[in-house]
Design a protein around this ligand. Sequence first.
Ligand code: V0D
Length: 258
Amino acid sequence: MLNKLKLWKDKNHSSNLRERIIAIRNQQVPSHVAIIMDGNGRWAKKRALPRIAGHHEGMKVVRKITKLANELGINTLTLYAFSTENWKRPKNEVDYLMKLPEEFLGTFLPELIDENVQVKMIGYKDKLPEHTRRSIEKAMNETQNNTGLILNFALNYGSRAEILEAVKRTVTDCKSGIMDINELNEDLFSNYLMTKGLEDPDLLIRTSGEIRLSNFMLWQLAYTEFWFTDVLWPDFEEKHLLEAIEVFQNRQRRFGGV
Ligand code: V0D
């Protein structure tokens, strides 16, 4: 394409994004958006690249989408980065994935701090390699007093295990008398989940054409709007998040009402 034409198109494209961001911000923005970031392996396969190349590309998209979520005024962005099932993948792939938090934070933590982002995590921390856990904990510590977007990574997370764990601790507290079983309700039970203190998601996005939950936030997604796309996570762009939120806002307008 002619350079001039390409420049014109880029400029036009970004001004289109700016207008959409403003329009979205003028309506009800989903407070908590959760994303199942699927399709990194498929993206790599299509290009005859190793799967880890897809994961690396996906990491860059995380940065882009975090920035946009912050600009949109979203309060919490939960990203499903690694499930309890993902340990079954080849060792070299798992080893590589476990280096991504360090690489991501090594590159982007200063910017996140600059943007007032709080880094959080849900999932079983104890099973993560020491180096992975330490870099995430350092980021959580350094951003804990920030008041902007909560960037919440679901890592080694599985929802049934989370619920079962919560049930066990609830029973323990009932037996010891800390909790009265007759007082136990949905709100009190929620405090036993890993998402304690976080709102339930308003919008769930899953990429890569899979239409299922795969053991993700089963309790928390009870009233959530779902938006699915065939776009693979490494191909996910700003315009896709904007589209998801526009659809969300249209549904709210049509069904939200009284
Ligand atoms: C690979 C697509 C960022 C999904 C995104 C360990 C699969 C890129 C993180 C990250 C992953 C996690 C915690 C944190 C900071 C960054 C990440 C994993 C995979 C699994 F504090 N991207 N990313 N973690 N991928």
